[in-house]
Ligand binder design. Structure first.
Ligand code: FE
Ligand code: FE
Ligand code: ZN
Length: 300
């Protein structure tokens, strides 16, 4: 099973991210190359990269299982303020360059929110933006993430993702499936095989290069996008277990983006990463009804 989680990209950059992933027992990881909410980016330090590569080799983490996530501030769908739209394009370009410096092969991107545009206009703006990127020159592939359909989000249906992929000149693009988003968009994860049949017919399963594994706090069709810990949401442990063990997506890295755990119940501050315990649970194939308590006990 190729499984990992979102990790931090801090002072020691990718070296810290890899160390964190190893502490969770992961063989895959996802990073933001800086804070996802702002545009401040430190220079990539090659020394950290060399040390990270050594550590990855020792721990059997392959470069193709290191995923980058583009920052949320990029919105290719909204062209209301042309400077903001142009900035989104150039910032995405610089993120792709950072990925290539690090040797990262995949960058996950939220297609974007149409805001005051219609869905159709939003999707056309996304296509136009992606066609501005000269993707041919790049070795790093953009993966469009399937969205929950919160607010004016584009890409909540497989048909919308397909329209974007078809509109982009360069076909070196793929898809990232997020189980929480799919659930909230109305795709039942209890019928994952049927979903994959449908996806294969419309887009092709070979385009799926990453899976985001999250339970959901909300019901099917809720269009909310609030992630829950594995087995503690509406999708449930058994359905998620089938997804991570699915033979058709065996080689695809699975990345957890589930919420951190607070010190005590009803506390706002989320301090403890759940990933080591969730990965353990999924590898074992057995639900842990004391997950939260075990995490608190381990990190206190
Ligand atoms: Fe995402
Ligand atoms: Fe996601
Ligand atoms: Zn989400």
């Amino acid at each position: 099973m190729i499984i990992g989680s979102h990790t931090h990209f801090g002072k020691d950059q990718i070296l810290g991210s890899v160390k964190e992933a190893i502490s969770y027992g992961a063989n895959a990881l996802m990073i933001y190359t800086g804070a996802p909410q702002n545009t401040f980016r430190s220079n990539i330090i090659l020394e950290y990269l060399e040390d990270a590569k050594k550590l990855m080799k020792e721990n059997d983490i392959k470069m193709e299982n290191v995923i980058c996530h583009a920052p949320y501030i990029i919105n290719l769908a909204n062209k209301e303020r042309i400077e903001a739209w142009n900035f989104s394009i150039s910032f995405l370009k610089s993120e792709i360059n950072r990925c290539e410096m690090l040797g990262i092969k995949y960058i996950v991107l939220h297609p974007g929110s149409a805001v005051k545009h219609t869905k159709e206009e939003g999707i056309n703006n996304i296509i136009e933006a992606l066609n501005c990127l000269d993707l041919d020159d790049h070795k790093c592939m953009i993966l469009l993430e399937t969205m929950a359909g919160k607010g004016s989000e584009c890409g909540a249906s497989i048909e919308e993702i397909k329209t974007i992929l078809d509109g982009v000149n360069n076909q070196n693009m793929g898809v990232c499936l997020d189980t929480c988003h799919l659930n909230d968009a109305g795709y039942d994860m209890n019928k994952f095989d049927e979903f994959l049949d449908m996806f294969d017919k419309i887009i092709g399963l070979n385009r799926v290069k990453c899976l985001h594994i999250n339970d959901s706090k909300n019901s099917l069709f809720s269009h909310k996008d609030r992630h829950a810990n594995i087995g503690y949401g509406t999708i449930g442990f058994e359905a998620i277990l089938k997804v991570v063990n699915c033979d058709r997506l065996k080689e695809v890295p699975k990345i957890l983006e589930t919420p951190y755990i607070s010190k005590e119940d009803n506390e706002k501050e989320q301090l403890y990463p759940p990933y080591k315990f969730e990965i353990e649970m999924l590898k074992k194939g057995q639900f842990n009804p004391h997950l939260i308590e075990d995490i608190r006990e381990f990190y206190k």
